[in-house]
Ligand binder design. Sequence first.
Ligand code: MG
Length: 385
Amino acid sequence: MKKIAILGSTGSIGTQTLDIVRANGDIRVEAIAARANIDLLEKQIREFSPKIAGVWDEKKAAELKLRVADTATKVVAGKEGILEVSTAPKAEILVTGIVGMIGIEPTIAAIRAGKDIALANKETLVCAGHIIMPLAEDRGIRILPVDSEHSAIFQSLRGNKKNRIAKILLTASGGPFRKYSAKKLKTVTLEDALKHPNWSMGPKVTIDSSTMVNKGLEVIEAHWLFNVPSDRIQVVVQPKSIIHSMVEFEDGAVMAQLGVPDMKLPIQYALYYPKRRFLAGDRLDFWTMNEIELVKPDLKKFPGLGLAYHACEKGGSLPTVLNSANEIAVSAFLKKKIAWGGISKMIAEAMEQHENYGILKEPTVEEIFEIRNSTEAWMKEKYHL
Ligand code: MG
């Protein structure tokens, strides 16, 4: 029996992780946590009988505690509760299926407690890669990527530990606005941005995908996971999401992982690594697949991607500003307070302001959160959010 804990068990990654648990029957769910969806948490508690269930929202936690009083599951609340779930005694792997910088501290706590990480929280590496990667190495912890692109790179690197990576080719769908003109991009709505052509994901990642900031965060994530500088990470737009990413070696050989777009594959691969298991679902049909279109990303229409490259190159606290400004701007866009184009504009201005002020070289976790708060305060005042 493999034992796991899941952060974000009610979200897109969390529910698909539980589908895999259900389909395989040899994984035991020790602990789960979610932000506030206690209706689904209650169902999950009754189905999987975890020892611990955490709820970020303290009021909802109190309500859930009453609802599941007849079970053996211990309900915990708030940040402390989430940390308790991350370090659940018997769990061997923590699946970090939550969105945002909130994932940083639980991931560090889990590594310290000796858990491998099935990493689905980009922000952890974007903001704190310089803390997480050396810590994991020091403790002999595996960081198993769950992001489909990074899983593809990870799979393409199998058996190539000693070979030098010449280039990472990070594929991107290009999002729903790939073919839009600059003029049409000015009038896109929230509803338009929430429609992703290939992947079914949560709202934050879907919006990030429409601006290509998601790909930018993935460039920084790849930089940390595979120890490759950003100038050797090339984004390739491949609209149908068949090639999930590629690695070019120094002899020119390119290794890729292909498949139908289904997040269950990278999740299952991380959970059973290094073994592959049967996974139900569609298979690629090369007879009906007439072409794989590959195009260059348009940095003029999607400036967020270029900003992420810049943040990755400068490093230090700048990626935290990029990510914080994006979180704040996307949240304002989701509330229809700002236009779609405002997201990348705000990120650019927040980054410029921070660079003028001075980049912090190796920020501590505490400093990372201070920078997030000061970025938020600066944006609230400047844009009246
Ligand atoms: Mg991805």
